[in-house]
Design a protein around this ligand. Structure first.
Ligand SMILES: Nc1ncnc2c1ncn2[C@@H]1O[C@H](COP(=O)(O)OP(=O)(O)OP(=O)(O)O)[C@@H](O)[C@H]1O
Ligand SMILES: [Mg+2]
Length: 476
């Protein structure tokens, strides 16, 4: 039976009807009243929509409910769950004024306020102070595989508002590796795991099980074209790790550093890279495949912090050069007095807002390098491509936590890559980067050359610093 939630909102005599009909796993998550529930499944089954609809329904039905929508970082929440929330879930209520947005203040976090006194607070775990000082009835963590067990436990202590008869943590995610702590938590029975399937989403499947037009497009043209572990997780919804994964040492909790975090004294600290750390840029050229340009800072101990990343298809090298220049050296106007003509004039010039890179390493695209050099007036060097040694050097760095990725380093999301469910930044590449196998299933000492543009950049820089640098030092 389809459970249709129709909620009327009055607007100058008009009634705007909100309708949502959940199915399968999505329906199950809407109805669940347990303390901790996770809805997991392949891409686009309607998981986030179901969690958001649940929050909306509860807030609408009972006055003074307090809900919290969370993601690992606030920036990532804005581009995902909040779009669905505004566009589909509260669209009518925003029009009628039954729900209004409040942007927040020093004391209060950003939130959606319902006429009946209910509140939906939004936040990121990177900026927890204001959100975590309050109490809630229901907390929703989007893409829960991104957070840590510590995050989850901290969040759960906030569930004690008791305006409704149960207090709940709901989470959604696409599956990760089979040993992921969240999957193990489900296996141990602490979290109820609800599986969601593509058939749950009426945008993709009709009631009779046939594909809709959108469904054909999404499933056959996008999901079925995925490969390796991305296919297994995003098409089939399986909790699996890739076989023959190259960088087993990569662990998001160890290698991704939020820009803002809470220190031991409980203070929110924003990490700023000191001006005197050496900067490097690395470029992997591409047009159909992503063009990747990454900026790194090297600490005095030699640790690398990747703090900015352009990861984009379908743009020319000139366009990318312009993008990076506008970020690191925006144009500023300078006025001066022209004594000969006795007029005041202004000239534009570029002012660097961070140190210039000590070196710019590039892949071997000579044409790309020339174009980039001409557009930026910066010299470049060809990267060394000893793949196997480079991978080993990168593994050593990962093991020792000597390469760190700053969260939210992406300059601009490549929507085309996102729509095709392909990596949109380097850390997306790690789970699917695997060793090649020959026809007898023997693992070779070279990786599969696919979805590796960002990882290649890391390898070029690490090879240059750790292999070439060492060779240079030993000759001295
Ligand atoms: N029952 C439904 N009725 C109408 N539209 C729906 C329904 N369920 C989902 N959708 C729509 O389908 C799209 C995908 O849904 P949603 O973002 O919730 O999927 P998801 O499983 O969270 O995806 P991802 O795995 O990428 O996070 C959204 O536009 C959503 O509004
Ligand atoms: Mg989602």
């Amino acid at each position: 039976m389809v459970n249709t939630l129709n909620k009327g909102s009055k607007n100058l005599g008009r009634v705007l009807k909100h309708s949502y009909a959940p199915r399968g796993g999505c329906k199950a998550v809407m109805e669940d009243k347990g303390p901790e529930v996770l809805i997991s499944g392949p891409a686009g089954t309607g998981k986030s929509r179901a969690c958001l609809e649940k929050i909306y329904t509860i807030c609408l039905k009972t006055p003074n409910v307090r809900a919290l929508i969370l993601r690992k970082t606030l920036a990532s929440l804005g581009s995902t769950a909040l779009v669905t929330w505004r566009r589909y879930v509260i669209a009518e209520a925003l029009v009628t004024g039954d729900v209004v947005y409040y942007g927040g203040s020093r004391e209060e976090p950003a939130q959606y306020r319902f006429k009946n006194g209910s509140t939906v607070v939004i936040g990121g775990l990177d900026k927890p102070t204001r959100i975590m000082s309050a109490e809630y009835d229901i907390i929703y963590i989007q893409e829960a595989t991104e957070v840590t067990l510590d995050d989850l436990e901290m969040v759960k202590t906030r569930l004690r508002n008791w305006t409704i008869s149960y207090q709940q943590l709901i989470m959604d995610c696409n599956p990760a590796g089979d040993k992921h702590w969240l999957k193990l938590r489900c296996n141990d029975g602490y979290t109820r795991l609800i599986e969601s399937r593509h058939e749950d989403n009426p945008m993709l499947f009709n009631e009779d099980g046939s594909l809709t037009e959108k469904g054909v497009d999404y499933i056959e043209n996008i999901l079925d074209k995925l490969t390796g572990v991305r296919y297994k997780r995003l098409r089939l919804g399986l909790w699996v790790s890739a076989e023959g994964i190259v960088y087993e040492e990569f662990d998001p909790y160890m290698h991704i550093l939020p820009r803002t975090y809470v220190d031991e004294d409980g203070d929110e600290v924003t990490f700023e890279i000191p001006w005197d750390w050496t900067r490097y840029w690395v470029i992997d050229f591409g047009f159909v495949h992503p063009f990747v340009l990454k900026c790194y800072a090297e600490s005095p101990d030699g640790d690398l912090y990747m703090y900015r990343e352009i990861y984009m298809t379908q743009r020319t090298v000139e366009e990318h050069a312009q993008t990076i220049l506008d970020i690191v050296s925006p144009e500023v106007e300078k006025s001066y007095y022209d004594h000969i003509n006795r007029v005041k004039r202004t000239v534009k010039h570029r002012k660097w807002t961070e140190p210039k890179p000590m070196a710019i390493l590039c892949d071997w695209d000579a044409e790309g390098r020339r174009t980039f050099e001409n557009a930026t007036q910066l010299g470049t060097k060809a990267a060394i491509k000893n793949v196997f040694e480079g991978i080993n050097a990168q593994k050593e760095r990962l093991k020792a936590q000597r390469i760190i990725y700053m969260a939210d380093s992406l300059v601009e999301l490549d929507q085309d890559q996102r729509d095709k469910l392909l990596p949109t930044c380097t850390v997306d590449e790690y789970p699917g980067y695997v060793w090649k196998v020959d026809k007898d299933d023997r693992t070779l000492e070279e990786p599969v050359k696919r979805d590796d543009d960002g990882l290649d950049c890391d390898r070029y820089l690490i090879s240059w610093l750790d292999l070439v640098g060492k060779a240079r030092a030993s000759q001295m």
